[in-house]
Design a protein around this ligand. Sequence first.
Ligand SMILES: [Fe+2]
Length: 396
Amino acid sequence: MDMVPSKIGFPTAFRVRPGVSGISFPFTGRPPQGYWNEVLAFGAEVVRQRPAVVVTEAHEATGVPALNPEDVASPRGLIKRRAFHLAALQTGPFPKPALWSEDVLISVLTGRPDPYLRFRHADAHTIIFVHQGQGTVVTDFGPLEFAQDQFIFLPRGATYALRSVSPVVMIFYEFPKRVMRPYHYWIRNYPYPDAALVPPEPVEVTDEPSDRGDYPVYVKRWLGPWTVLRYPFSPFDTVAWEANLYPFRLALKDIRTLSSPDFHIDPPTYTVFVTEDEGASMQAFLPRWVHSLPYPHQNDVDEVLFNHSGYHARPEVKDGYATLHPAGTFHGPDVRVSHQQVQSPPPPGKEIPWRDEVGIMVEARSPFLVLPAAEEVEVAGYDQSWQRQYEAVGSS
Ligand SMILES: [Fe+2]
């Protein structure tokens, strides 16, 4: 029986550096004459100028903010609503882990990235949401420009370095399971068309050796350790690639959104990425007409909502803050905002309000553990905020 899928992979793409001849598609597994190839197991083949297997040294990395085994062995899932000013975190050149579940690790990178610090995740696919900043992510598929209001996707095993001319605030989401996109049979090209995915072009990039004259790559495993693999040449020498999983950027402006005049649309409608086992998914709440406020709800997953700008349902939660709403308790709008809604008759469909909010949510089936970095920027008393608002409404 034919089945319509609810999620699909990304479309196959292939690129060749302008001016390079002798490379044709589809690839066969044998490198074109004069080149070397590397294959990433999920289905990417990259043609390079030098062989990827050459490593001069491998050693454990020091100074990286690895997860401590005792941290992640702590009991998880305390049913308490919490909020964190993630954008205020001071991080070094490595993303700082803030919230961990078995389905997704959320980390934060702020400041100006070290342009020659090369990363590779051995076990997870990475989605970076750019809250602030712009620059270039150099990858072993080619360089890719980025700016705020964009997602950057980096498949497991891809090598990359972040370069920017000004400070960034980036939220890293690392998924140990394959990342896919939702598929809507009845709504064509929703939530985004193939053309919205912009991959790197394999053009020449400059790279600088370390003080030791080599090109170290920091390779991360899911829970550590980090390993430094030292290469005698830059890993960024690609001339062509063909893949069904490859780095890309996706701009919020190219994501489509839905509104309804006569019912409240729930967050799963706004899913933009989902893992193959549906253990985790990401939603983008974009400017739209909103029929009504979210109702107080108790989810069957843990939710982390990052307020990129103007999230209206809880005005106390400012831009750059994230909330953690675990399963097993209710959450919902600011009681004062809900109170305004219940005091007034529902507007006719043609007059439902426009909301300029942008929020990025991740839902995980496995409970989140709040790591020390998030506790550094925790908002005190968030769990009682609805009570305070309720009292304020009662006395008004
Ligand atoms: Fe929720």
